[in-house]
Design a protein around this ligand. Structure first.
Ligand code: URP
Ligand code: ZN
Ligand code: ZN
Ligand code: ZN
Length: 484
């Protein structure tokens, strides 16, 4: 076969094995894997480098209004470019329904925004208003066009659904084979803490962490899991930030819940002490759930290594350190009026490679699983996340020895800071491909605006997680009719 491209002499790392070999690419797909392949219109010499599936960023807020109405600093052009520089070939940001909005309109809006992407994309659909027409018509329509994951919030007054609303979404998701993601923090606990802190006049950024206690996450994670178990629906817990939360996830998985989870680099690299930097500097580190402590960092790494988490995602939620972002409500706004979130889409994989693989906390195979393969499986990206014949040629070639210091400039996003500034990392993606096209090379963007394509996703493959059904809804016990 005449290949378009042959990647020659690299060490190919997948989620299952690592071996030296060549990859033949034809028409955007991986056409052959062999010890050596001749030919190729273009031959890329990968000698001494590691060839992995391109990252799949499964948690990013791009061209999205925050729950308080602040537009993210990155649109699909800058956000996808930043993702590509960070070793990603595709991403799944959110398409967010505001209350009262039809889901069809939401998807049309995000289709227009995403047309600028330089990498392949899909959306998780955030639902804030599960009215009957949403549940009965609009979600099934979204599902039919390949949007097979929904996201709900247990916190933020404008997003929080309540337990009944969550059960409605979970049962629709179950019926169609969609997976529901959840931001789990107990809204009333947070609001009560906010009131107590406000009564004492405590409004500096550092109080953000105190206002969102670890128990608020643990309680909500546990509740979300029990709700999902009641209706036998798969559940994905986003951004787990606590030891207690991770322990609940581990235990419930072991006991047969159809449960998936992620954590994020900020909970591994930063602590609540960063919120107490001088002046308003701490506002850069306001995200929810909040940063925790050094002990939690160790525990979360342990859970990553032991398989509690399917993925490490960025939760890229970029709000600039200026009046368009963090300070939209004024330079001295109290912490509850400062946009939640921090950027990290370009830093995620260099951080995970350096602190994970180079430092020996995880294997290169785990790196591949956590950065790409598991996201593809969990979210139904059938042709992505693996290096195998027939798969999309979404590939990143990493130099495991490059050392550099993280700076805001090399994030290539639309931000004026990175919370990872000054961090030393070893290992860097040198070439990134999306469907066979080189999109990053020699430190430069080679992709054109709009070159990314929408990925119609399949229902999540839950055969590996047969799970357990509450007896009230177990068809074998004749109660199954309740669920339709
Ligand atoms: O602080 C964060 N993570 N902001 C993004 C919105 C959310 O909470 O998911
Ligand atoms: Zn060769
Ligand atoms: Zn969240
Ligand atoms: Zn998020």
């Amino acid at each position: 076969m005449q290949f378009d491209t042959v990647i020659h002499g690299g060490t190919i790392a997948t989620a299952d094995y690592t071996a030296k070999g060549d990859i033949g690419i034809k028409d955007g797909r991986i056409a052959a894997l062999a010890e050596t392949l001749s030919g190729g219109e273009r031959r890329i010499d990968a000698g001494g480098r590691i060839v992995v599936p391109g990252g799949i960023e499964a948690h990013a807020h791009i061209a999205q209004e925050s729950s308080s109405g602040v537009m993210s600093a990155d649109d699909y052009l800058s956000g996808s470019i930043s993702a590509a520089f960070g070793g990603n070939s595709s991403f799944i940001p959110f398409a967010a329904q505001q209350r009262g909005q039809s889901v069809d309109d939401v998807i049309a809006t995000y289709d227009a925004r995403a047309a600028r992407s330089v990498i392949d994309y899909s959306y998780h659909l955030i639902i804030s208003d599960p009215q009957p027409k949403v549940l009965e018509d609009e979600l099934p329509r979204a599902f039919a066009r390949g949007i097979t994951s929904f996201k709900v919030f247990m916190t933020y007054d404008l997003m929080n659904l309540g337990d009944g609303g969550m059960l409605d979404i979970l049962s629709v998701a179950r019926e169609h084979g969609a997976i529901t993601m959840v931001h789990a923090e107990n809204n009333d606990m947070v609001k009560w803490m906010n009131r107590k802190l406000a009564d004492k006049g405590l409004s500096a950024p550092k109080y953000h962490a105190i206002s969102r206690p670890e128990l608020a996450e643990e309680e909500a994670i546990n509740r979300a899991i029990q709700l999902a178990k009641l209706v036998d629906a798969p559940l994905f817990i986003v951004h787990v930030s606590t030891e207690g939360g991770a322990e609940i996830v581990r235990r419930e998985k072991f006991n047969g819940a159809k449960l998936f989870a992620e954590t994020c680099p900020q909970y591994l690299a930063l602590t609540r002490d960063d919120l107490d930097r001088p002046g308003m500097e701490g506002a850069k580190y306001i995200c929810s759930p909040p940063l925790r402590d050094a002990r939690t960092q160790d525990t979360l790494w342990h859970h990553i290594a032991m398989g509690t988490f399917e993925s490490v995602s960025s939760d890229h939620a970029p709000y600039r350190f200026d009046d368009t972002g963090k300070f939209l409500n004024g330079r001295d706004a109290p912490y509850p009026k400062i946009a939640n979130g921090m950027p990290g889409i370009a830093a995620r994989l260099p951080y995970l490679f350096s602190e994970g693989v180079v430092k020996g906390r995880i294997t290169i195979e785990q790196f591949v699983a956590l950065s790409s393969t598991n996201a593809a499986k969990t979210f139904g990206c059938e042709t992505k996340g693996r290096i195998a014949p027939g798969m999309d040629a979404d590939i990143a070639i990493w130099n495991p020895e490059t050392r550099r210091t993280v700076t805001v400039q090399d994030q290539h996003d639309n931000m004026d800071y990175t919370p990872f500034e000054g961090m030393e990392v070893t290992g860097m993606p040198e070439i990134v491909m999306n469907r066979g096209a080189v999109i990053i090379e020699d430190g430069e963007l080679k992709a054109k605006e709009g070159q990314g394509r929408f990925v119609a996703r399949q229902p999540a493959d839950l055969r590996a997680k047969p799970g357990w059904t509450a007896k009230e809804f177990d068809p074998a016990q004749n109660f199954g009719a309740v669920l339709r």
